[in-house]
Design a binder for this molecule. Structure first.
Ligand SMILES: [Zn+2]
Length: 382
């Protein structure tokens, strides 16, 4: 599912006039590219000029970095550690196979399209081999290493979560390793993660992350409607609207902001205008938990719940979630006498639910602001 998140595009179009996706992962050769010298020849290895600055700059922008090197892993990895840069790399491929195979495998393991991968190597023959087998991968000469951060290809839109992206992938790989070693039902594995879900009223700092979520989560977005930063900012202070952001943590680390919901209060019903959840957490059922939590709050408030839904080619999973939660298309008295809707696109359906109290999930702990009365203080879902 992670690969269904569309790539961010570069801020400025390439010189061809077309916008191509920003690079999401750069794969480094080691000998005479990352470091000066050749490991096998027992050279005294040091990072090439400008390389450390590039590693740090790309890392801060959320661009992942990997390794494709012809060496023995057991010899090369300790050198990266000694140089203090091992932490920057995910999924290193240090061995004796073809570089194109290493680059392809990195793309597959990350679930990234090949046109979001870049490769840097001092050897023309290696670049040509990768370019031949993987024509969408962008190849760079080692001489360009110091200048990469200045290229538009390496200038994605940077968000709060982007700065943690590498750490989040490293946590994900540890989580997956734990899951593959776990013997027992999936539900027991989920409990073993010690997951905490927090639903909170969004503040201005959350909005960039929220906007990115609504752009990137096309499969998990119930309306396919994009709410801009300005749209949502205006609603933050609107007493009739709630902009809610969901974050999830577990014993491996934080998943960051993984969900956004936009709720409009009406006298007899609450209207869910936007519900989007990151594909990163679909296996944990976070979208369903958020939907059930909102239904529980609506039941406590004694109001009906409505949800805007627009079928797109990609969001069938959301339709299933709504239907499974009991939403349907039948008319209800709570809709009587309401002024015509002016801000919803014409092809948006209005789904409806008479909500019931919902039991808290058994696989995680959850907190959220009390929406139905009082000051909105955050309370455990119980
Ligand atoms: Zn109703």
């Amino acid at each position: 599912m992670a690969g269904s998140e569309t790539a961010g595009t570069t801020k400025t179009a390439a010189t061809t006039g077309e916008t191509r996706p920003a690079v999401k992962c750069l794969v480094w050769d080691l000998d005479n590219t990352l470091w000066q010298g050749t490991l096998l020849e027992n050279d005294e290895l040091r990072l090439r000029p400008g390389v450390l600055k590039t590693l740090r700059a790309l890392d801060e922008r959320g661009i992942l970095q990997s390794v494709a090197s012809r060496n023995d892993h057991a010899d090369a990895w300790p050198r990266l550690e000694a140089l203090g840069v091992a932490e920057y790399f995910v999924l290193p491929h240090i061995g004796w196979g073809r570089k194109s195979d290493a680059v392809r495998t990195v793309a597959e393991q990350l679930n990234f399209a090949q046109n979001t991968i870049a490769f840097i190597d001092d050897q023309h023959t290696e670049r040509a081999e990768v370019a031949y087998h993987l024509p969408d991968v962008r190849c760079y000469d080692a001489a360009e290493a110091a200048g990469l951060p200045d290229l538009a290809d390496f200038a994605p839109t940077v968000t709060t979560d982007a700065r943690r992206r590498r750490a989040m992938y490293q946590e994900k790989f540890r989580r997956e390793a734990a899951q593959s070693e776990f013997n027992g039902p999936d539900e027991d594995f989920l409990r073993s993660l010690d997951m905490r879900m927090r639903i909170a009223r969004a503040d201005a700092d959350d909005l960039a992350r929220v906007e990115e979520l609504t752009l990137r989560t096309s499969q998990m977005n119930a309306t396919g409607v994009h709410y801009s930063d300005a749209d949502l900012r205006a609603l933050l202070t609107d007493p009739d609207h709630e902009v809610l952001v969901t974050t999830v943590e577990d014993r491996f680390g934080s998943h960051g902001a993984v969900g956004v919901a936009l709720l409009e209060r009406q006298p007899a019903s609450w209207r869910l205008k936007l519900l989007a959840t990151s594909c990163r957490v679909v296996n944990f059922g976070i979208g369903t938990h958020v939907l059930r939590w909102i239904a529980d709050q609506a039941a406590l408030a004694d109001v009906h719940l409505e949800a805007d839904f627009r079928r797109t080619e990609r969001n069938r999973i959301m339709e299933v979630a709504y239907r499974f939660a009991g939403f349907n298309s039948k008319p209800c008295a709570c809709q009587d006498g309401r002024a015509a809707d002016t801000d919803a696109p014409a092809d948006v359906q209005r789904l409806h639910l008479v909500p019931q109290r919902q039991a808290a999930p058994t696989t995680l702990t959850a907190t959220g602001p009390v929406l139905w009365s009082g000051d909105g203080a955050e309370k455990p879902w119980a």
